[in-house]
Design a protein around this ligand. Structure first.
Ligand SMILES: [Zn+2]
Ligand SMILES: [Zn+2]
Length: 101
């Protein structure tokens, strides 16, 4: 029998999770996630998978990590397409070439 750290339920099937120096006891995965899962710095949702780490900060997905880096920079004067990776831009150029030929 052990008491859940999140909700206080005394459950015989409670289990412990250890991450680094933190250890918690929970009666369900939901309670464990509520207390131990990291949160995305951009949208605040809990990160249940691997997430995306950028400059030491965790995000739920690549989109959120890009949102954070865009917000950290001065107001962009260039169009949004400027942030598209070079690979994609060059692929679009190739497509354009195919149309004009
Ligand atoms: Zn609980
Ligand atoms: Zn997010």
């Amino acid at each position: 029998m052990a008491v859940c750290d999140t909700c206080g339920n005394d459950d015989q099937n409670a289990f412990s999770i250890t991450r680094g120096s933190d250890t918690g006891t929970f009666d369900s995965f939901e309670c464990a996630i509520h207390t131990m899962a990291s949160r995305c710095e951009t949208c605040g949702c809990r990160i249940l998978g691997h997430g995306v780490e950028r400059n030491g900060t965790l995000y739920c997905c690549a989109h959120c990590s890009q949102q954070a880096s865009a917000a950290a920079q001065p107001a962009p004067s260039a169009p949004v397409i400027a942030s598209v990776p070079d690979k994609q831009v060059s692929r679009w150029k190739d497509d354009g070439g195919a149309i004009s030929s």
